[in-house]
Design a protein around this ligand. Structure first.
Ligand SMILES: CC(C)(COP(=O)(O)OP(=O)(O)OC[C@H]1O[C@@H](n2cnc3c(N)ncnc32)[C@H](O)[C@@H]1OP(=O)(O)O)[C@@H](O)C(=O)NCCC(=O)NCCS
Length: 144
């Protein structure tokens, strides 16, 4: 059953390097794409360039895609927490609209300059670009 109220943004064209041994779309490629898509969504909703994936619920690979298919990815926020944002995701075939993957719950956490969870201060979805981060925290240096 397709998820409700999802806006589909990014499109992908399934290429030979995205295939598994069965000749269909490799789940790892799909997860990398959806995690990146969710990162962009989380940045735009929480207004901060430093956000990380905290949790992903069951991932349902509903149907497959093959080389040359056009697919599109959609996300919607389902819960604004204090420091977190929970989203739902769906990937579907652009032409047939058949669902390829659904994820009920993806949680991102908003971090401060020290890499600690920080309140983002938002409670509703923005459909504009009014929360674009105006600066980037430098990466935290690795210490052994
Ligand atoms: C993100 C991280 C800083 C959070 O640390 P933490 O000690 O769990 O922080 P907190 O307990 O304060 O939780 C932060 C938020 O995450 C939520 N959260 C924590 N664990 C969760 C879980 N298993 N499922 C859903 N939400 C969770 C909390 O509810 C809280 O949200 P809220 O403030 O909106 O209520 C830490 O877990 C981390 O660095 N994880 C690795 C992240 C990463 O590298 N991701 C890349 C993928 S490899």
């Amino acid at each position: 059953m397709p998820l409700q109220n999802i806006n589909f943004h990014t499109r992908k064209w399934v290429r030979p390097e995205d295939l598994n041994a069965n000749g269909t779309l490799f789940g790892g490629s799909l997860l990398r794409w959806i995690d990146e898509e969710a990162t962009v969504y989380a940045i735009l909703q929480m207004g901060n360039g430093r956000v990380v994936t905290k949790f992903m619920s069951e991932i349902n690979f509903v149907s497959s895609a093959v080389q040359g298919d056009l697919i599109e990815m959609g996300l919607t926020a389902t819960k604004f927490g204090r420091t977190s944002l929970t989203m739902q995701a769906e990937v579907r075939n652009m032409i047939t609209r058949d669902s390829i993957l659904t994820i009920d719950k993806i949680v991102f956490v908003n971090l401060d300059e020290h890499g600690k969870p920080a309140p983002h201060g938002y409670t509703t979805i923005s459909y504009d670009r009014d929360r674009l981060p105006t600066h980037h925290f430098p990466p935290i240096p690795f210490t052994a």
